[in-house]
Design a protein around this ligand. Sequence first.
Ligand code: 7RM
Length: 650
Amino acid sequence: MSPDIDSVLNETRRFPPSAEFQARAQLSDPAQYERLYRESIEDPDAFWGRVARELPWQQPFERVLDWSAKPFARWFVGGKLNLSMACLDQHVAAGRGGRTAIVWEGEPGDSERYTYAELLAEVCRTANALKARGVKKGDRVALYMPMIPEIVLAMLACARIGAIHSVIFGGFSAQSIKDRVLDGGCTAVITADGSWRRGKVLPLKPVVDEALLGVKSVHTVFVVQRAANEIEWQSGRDVWLSELARKQSAECAPEPMDSEDTLFLLYTSGSTGKPKGIRHTTAGYLVGAYLSTKYVFDLRPDDLYWCTADVGWITGHSYVVYGPLANGATVLLYEGAPNQPHPGRFWELVAKHKVTILYTAPTAIRSFMRWGDEHVTRFDRSSLRLLGTVGEPINPEAWMWYRTVVGESRCPIVDTWWQTETGSIQITPLPGITATKPGSATRPFFGVDAAIVDEQGHEVPPGKGGYLVIKKPWPSMLRGIWGDDARYVETYWSKFGGRWYFTGDGARRDEDGYFWIMGRVDDVLNVSGHRLSTMEVESALVSHADVVEAAVVGRPDELTGEALCAFVTIGPGKVATPALAEALKEHVSKEIGKLARPAEIRFAEALPKTRSGKIMRRLLRDIAAGREVTQDTTTLEDYSVLARLRIEEE
Ligand code: 7RM
């Protein structure tokens, strides 16, 4: 296979930070930034050691990095630190206990607020409740919960007593829960009776009950009351969490945690089906989440920060909970769907709470575009000062829309590239420093030594696509896959002979050294010997006025190796006709060349996506090739999508 991925995207617009933004930004001096970046690469021990010392240690570390057992890193060796102290006690001790930590909005319109002092007290009560049922340091606890304050309490309570949390996204099936509980050997589960989603109660506890049939390791199911739906009760096993917590002391000494003690597991569905429990540890993870939150979002005490990600995704762990709370920020948490009860709900919340920083996913941005500008513009957005995106490449059209319509051309956009495995943001603009380009995640964050290489490991020249690798260890990197060291080495370190971390993504760099992520290399299309990025063809499709979403996959073709099959969702009021299909093929030919012309356009009402917005291309490849879908579909956001795609074929 040819190593290069041919790039066809040509984007030349540039947006330097405004003088107004720079005037108040934490980092705005290019010389200072260059000095820091250089130090972070040339003398990582000095750089990371200094950052780490900003955190409250229970016992100081002796050494910044031990890389002798490569690829198994140990950071901040010999130190002890408890995440819940960094997120709570340190702020209370510094006299900031009265500051709001969490502003929560339920989907039906109910709301709650917690100050840092209140959050600390509730976390301690919850921690004591876990202890009262025998949960202790090192135990694995599965969380299957809605976006309610209790999920934050549960995570921080686990961290406080040293239990390892494994958050399972609240849309997953009983089978997915079972697989994860068994793989992690979980001994307790924290859930809720149900959750509010799109105006209906989504039952959770009943799904947990089904998942635990035949599972012997779980002794306790803690249940939070949220939706008051009817549930069954297994006495001896099930307990109401709030009832038990209410009886507990509001003080709980934080467990001394070694820097390398496991903080959490988070499962990602690997390409071979069996989910991988990505393992993150204590101090390095916190250092990464803390520093990236501070600089990428330029967080200040007066900000109202809203990351819309579900806590069940790594983005929720690092940028709803740990990063912002370690920085003492005020965080908005919202339970529901963005179009419930109306398509302007997000913007209504922005106006109501005067949100200053908004971090969301391209899939959401494209939905907002489709629903129409008026739902955005009828709410006041003048509080917004910074916008972020994460999860997939953002097409330049959506980027420009986000900038002009949502941000009124005032707010810088940070397009942040990272992974569950990296723990924190790795490639990103810094809003007071970087001139952004629509569709580019721009440059590596502090300490990130990223490169783009060919099959042999040689760096490719500017403009050429290749494999994205990270050459140096970084504090928040994964420490392994739970119970499967060999799979960790094989998946991330074998491709380049153990030298570098392989991200699995394709990317290219432009003449300014900016990174352009081209999607997963497993998805790369191969047409007549040319390797094309799915993302670029999709970007061309959505630049057509009638198209709102597109997913392109290859299907076997005798002549060209692969023929492109495009699944396309069109905007409201547009009609799927053979003429439109023809026009779209023509449009792609014109935008990026004949080579990329789709052989087939299939109109679809919706595309199969995960909750974080990633299109499940494996499924589409099967459908395009006329094969039966055999893969794990339990991580699909909307099960009915697959059935509908099949119907449309007939
Ligand atoms: C944070 C997260 C990781 C994969 C990653 C990429 C894709 C994420 C961007 C992106 C282009 C971005 N973790 N990805 N962010 N692609 N630009 N800004 O998403 O583990 O769920 O997914 O997501 O392919 O490898 S994740």
